[in-house]
Design a protein around this ligand. Structure first.
Ligand code: NCD
Ligand code: ZN
Length: 343
């Protein structure tokens, strides 16, 4: 097959950042996605309806595509109350994000003692607001490669048991344990999967030298986990959908003695997924993953337009230079891809 056309896709998890950076990140996503779930981990975080709506306006101003729709999220903290949820939940703000404190970039303000948020989860369940979860425990004694698995046992399964009607997205899953947990749950639990976790494993981070541009959280895992993620997306299960976790950091903050976590994949996101599905012999499952399962789970309509991808090789740029002179090294920089979005 040399060309495919699929319903216009959406990105169900990404980071746009703020300020000048929006002029880079928003058009890069709007080039192929109709909607995106925008993470709230700004500094300070987006914790209220008013902050989410004003952030939404800044994003809309930065989009050069009229039809792009940002979907906003609230950042849950120990100060979030059920009335803040009731006030915020809307078409514009369909979800809230749970970061365990210290789990990832800009999560210092996040939740410690997840049970303390149970009244908030109850109000989300009542109001039909989705709970998006960064599923890793953060106890310093727990090995970084085991953090996702332990989160399932310690927090995720109990939350789902206690709030069976609450829709939960287990974000950017990285392990067979997470994939199998999601499959074992009813229709209220789903997961997003990034291109990097389908394409790479921890060897791509550590063999032959540390590769800071492949460093993201949750960290890349063993190849057996990568294979399980590939299997579940190839199966066409509607419990898994596209969420790039595109997360820009400047070159110097990634190429550092203490490098930041996050891969900026917006420049090649849909093309990377097309390549992955093609390599897996599952190109017929791409449309479900990229364009159907997400809106179906969120209870939104599927998009009406289409995009076309053509089998042509091209190279991801080595770097992107921002207006202020800072460089960003995009995910897969300098490497060749064999699917390209047709404009
Ligand atoms: C994200 C970021 O940079 O904001 N980083 C990452 O490695 N994925 C945060 C996140 O989603 O964990
Ligand atoms: Zn993220």
């Amino acid at each position: 097959m040399t060309q495919i056309s699929i319903t216009k896709p959406d990105d169900w998890h990404l980071h746009f950042r703020d300020g000048e950076m929006l002029n880079e990140t928003v058009p890069a996503t709007a080039r192929c996605f109709k909607r995106a779930i925008v993470m709230p981990n700004l500094v300070p975080p987006v914790t209220t309806k008013a902050q989410a709506l004003s952030y939404r306006n800044r994003i809309l101003q930065a989009s050069d595509v009229d039809s792009f729709t940002p979907l906003m999220t609230l950042y849950l903290t120990n100060e979030t109350t059920p009335s803040m949820i009731k006030e915020a939940v809307s078409e514009e703000i369909p979800a809230a994000k749970l970061y365990p404190a210290g789990a990832t970039t800009n999560s210092d303000a996040a939740v410690s003692g997840i049970e303390a948020l149970y009244p908030v989860f109850e109000s989300m369940s009542d109001a039909g607001m989705l709970l998006l979860i960064h599923g890793e425990v953060t106890d310093s004694h727990v090995d970084i490669f085991d953090r996702e698995k332990l989160f399932i046992e310690q927090h995720l399964a109990p939350i789902h048991d206690r709030f069976p009607d609450l829709k939960i997205v287990f974000e950017h899953i990285t392990t067979a344990d997470a994939a199998d947990f999601v499959l074992s749950c009813d229709q209220h639990v789903a997961a997003t999967i990034t291109p990097q976790h389908l394409l790479l494993n921890r060897n791509d981070l550590l063999v032959g030298g540390i590769r800071p541009h492949n460093y993201c959280l949750p960290v890349l895992k063993r190849n057996v986990h990568q294979r399980r993620l590939q299997e579940v997306v190839s199966s066409g299960s509607s419990k898994f959908f596209l969420g790039t976790d595109s997360a820009p950091h400047t070159k110097h903050t990634k190429e550092s003695a203490c490098g930041c976590a996050g891969c900026y994949s917006a420049w090649s996101a849909i093309e990377l997924y097309a390549q992955i599905f093609d390599d897996l012999g599952a190109l017929d499952k791409l449309e479900g993953f990229a364009s159907h399962h997400g809106p179906d789970f969120y209870g939104l309509s599927r998009n009406s337009g289409h995009i076309t991808l053509t089998k042509t090789s091209w190279r991801v740029p080595e770097k992107i230079t921002l207006k202020n002179g800072d460089d960003i090294v995009p995910f897969y920089a300098g490497q060749e891809l064999n699917w390209k979005l047709s404009t």
